[in-house]
Design a protein around this ligand. Structure first.
Ligand SMILES: NC(=O)c1ccc[n+]([C@@H]2O[C@H](COP(=O)([O-])OP(=O)(O)OC[C@H]3O[C@@H](n4cnc5c(N)ncnc54)[C@H](O)[C@@H]3O)[C@@H](O)[C@H]2O)c1
Ligand SMILES: [Fe+2]
Length: 350
């Protein structure tokens, strides 16, 4: 779990104080900042000291192992080591920061660590500061990376941040569509966790709270305000905690295939898939459609039109590889329930 959590409007202003005890002589704090903030006020508020460095992370595409390796190498070449890596941004930037922090001390390529518990050494100090709410990347023990052969996280006890700073002010200017797609990642985490066969009291306690907060934001309220940002940030945290002790389900398993083949982003891909999952999550999908309509959101359709048999096979292979997700969703006999033909028919609808 994350070592230290601070929450509240304006808490970003405490960053200098928070980092001070973790500074090592002559070694910089490196701030990986989402490129959206290049030239924006937030970048000017980063508490730089000594040889600290800001690197604007290009998150046009979701993080790749090559990008992580290149960033870690750049820092090793320039500084030898660093005091810490601070990720400021959405799930992509936070994942990059976690991975680069680990690769400062672990040998080889980040691709060598895609899997479960392959990371053997603690990384440098890592802090995460979300500017979008929903992924739960701020609390999770993974960092999702696209590597040479797979899209899979570095899941390990060393992966979670040492510190997170949850300041809802930082999410205020996110565009409505992006905010919705990332927010729905959280809603879908809740539905998949709460209806899954892996469910337990730990996951249920957090999942129910996160779901309630998502509903307040997207169903009960009539517009977006500061309170919505406050609530969604805690929903993301609780939703992330919920899946930490259970698993996601069908939407994530299918969406990973889209992302692998077409590069569809995580939140958007989940929405495109969840929209068609009425057979698996009837109540959740009904409420999702209501939220889409109420919040005036556009969910792209027919993104799989014109794909070849080979393309569909690739997506089906990636998706069926996510065994724990299917088992959580459908139980031990999942392979009898979700056949390649059924999955192909589902992909054709997207
Ligand atoms: N580690 C985990 O447990 C976990 C869980 C779920 C998803 N993820 C990963 O998170 C990523 C998705 O993250 P995301 O949905 O937060 O989006 P993102 O980080 O990919 O960012 C999406 C877009 O929003 C922009 N952006 C970020 N903050 C903004 C702000 N405040 N205002 C305006 N624009 C802003 C970014 O520049 C980018 O263009 C994927 O790479 C996914 O694999 C990780
Ligand atoms: Fe997710």
């Amino acid at each position: 779990m994350v070592g230290y959590v601070i929450y509240g409007r304006g808490s970003f202003n405490q960053l200098d104080e928070i980092l001070a005890p973790h500074r090592k002589p002559n070694l910089p704090m490196v701030f990986l900042v989402d490129h959206f903030f290049d030239g924006k006020a937030l970048a000017g508020r980063v508490p730089l000291r000594g040889n600290d460095k800001i690197i604007f992370a290009d998150v046009s595409y979701e993080p790749k192992t090559t990008q992580v390796d290149q960033l870690a190498q750049q820092l090793k070449d320039e500084f030898g080591s660093v005091s810490g890596v601070i990720g400021i941004g959405g799930g992509s930037t936070m994942d990059l920061a976690k991975a680069v922090g680990l690769m400062m001390t672990n040998p080889g390529s980040s691709a060598d660590y895609q899997g479960w518990d392959l990371v053997k050494q603690a990384g440098v100090y890592k802090a995460g500061i979300p500017t979008l709410s929903g992924t739960g990347a701020e609390v999770s023990r993974t960092t999702v990376l696209t590597g040479p052969t797979k899209k899979l996280g570095m899941n390990s006890d060393f992966t979670p941040f040492d510190q997170i700073v949850l300041d809802p002010e930082l999410t205020a200017d996110a565009p409505a569509n992006q905010r919705f797609y990332t927010g729905m990642d959280c809603y879908i985490h809740c539905i998949e966790s709460l209806t899954g066969t892996y469910l337990n009291e730990f996951s249920k306690s957090y999942g129910e709270k996160a779901l309630q907060l998502c509903r307040e934001v997207y169903v009960n309220k009539t517009g977006w305000d500061a309170d919505s940002d406050d609530k969604l940030m805690m929903a993301s945290y609780a939703g992330g905690m919920s899946i930490a002790y259970s698993q996601v389900g069908v939407a994530h398993a299918v969406s990973y295939g889209l992302s692998y083949l077409l590069g569809t982003k995580h939140g958007l891909g989940n929405c495109i898939v969840f929209d068609k999952l009425q057979d698996y999550y009837p109540e959740g999908v009904k409420e999702f459609k209501l939220m889409v309509e109420k919040n005036n959101i556009n969910i792209p359709q027919h993104i799989c039109a014109g794909l070849s048999d080979e393309d569909f096979d690739k997506m089906i292979n990636v998706s069926l590889g996510m065994k724990p997700l299917w088992e959580n969703a459908l139980g031990k006999d999942w392979e009898k329930i979700i056949t390649r033909e059924k999955l192909r028919a589902l992909y054709e609808q997207l």
